[in-house]
Design a protein around this ligand. Sequence first.
Ligand SMILES: O=P(O)(O)OC[C@H]1O[C@H](OP(=O)(O)OP(=O)(O)O)[C@H](O)[C@@H]1O
Ligand SMILES: O=c1cc[nH]c(=O)[nH]1
Ligand SMILES: [Mg+2]
Length: 207
Amino acid sequence: MDVLAVDHPLVKARLTVMRDARTDNATFRAALHELTVMLVYEAMRTAPVRTERLHTPVARTEGYWLANPPLLVPVLRAGLGMADQAHKLIPDAQMGFVGLARDEETLKPTPYMESLPETLAGRPVFVLDPMLATGGSMEYTIRLLTGRGATDVTAICALAAPEGIEHLEKSGLPVRLVTASIDERLNDSGFIVPGLGDAGDRQYGAV
Ligand SMILES: O=P(O)(O)OC[C@H]1O[C@H](OP(=O)(O)OP(=O)(O)O)[C@H](O)[C@@H]1O
Ligand SMILES: O=c1cc[nH]c(=O)[nH]1
Ligand SMILES: [Mg+2]
């Protein structure tokens, strides 16, 4: 699996704000918004473009448009905090939604929402979820997408645990990962260490 850990001082600085237990919900959301812009920017680096000649007020030149904008799929709740910023960067993108809650005992994802286009053949998909922990939620989401014909999926995550990366690698699913950090490990409760806690709760409050 292709894994890109974006190594940049601005990425590290936003992530530090998110990791800090003293950061309040609003500041956490703002840092995730800014981090998302940087991760999506990197994820789009290799996106195909279509060119067309145009006139500036001064001369003729080449213009560039995205040839095949990705479908954006935030995984609720926590991925909602990445959706608007990704959409601002790629205004032509369509958006789908998946809602999952991880069972605190079994660590398995429980689905509660799915709103996706019927067919995804030939369409790149960006899954937006700040956390790749065991990898169960991401695997579930990608299987929904491949079931509709997707063959080109990018997981965009603020943090990834080595266990989650290994899980996706073993799954054989067609996915690449763009992340701000590969952390040390999971703890006994399935939380990423050092991590940032529960990304949904840190944005919206505990449920
Ligand atoms: O890799 P995994 O072990 O599956 O864990 C990762 C999942 O856990 C978090 O969601 P959570 O279930 O806490 O839901 P929430 O976004 O509503 O808080 C996170 O946003 C991922 O979706
Ligand atoms: O550390 C973790 C692991 C799963 N989900 C989170 O929100 N945080
Ligand atoms: Mg949560």
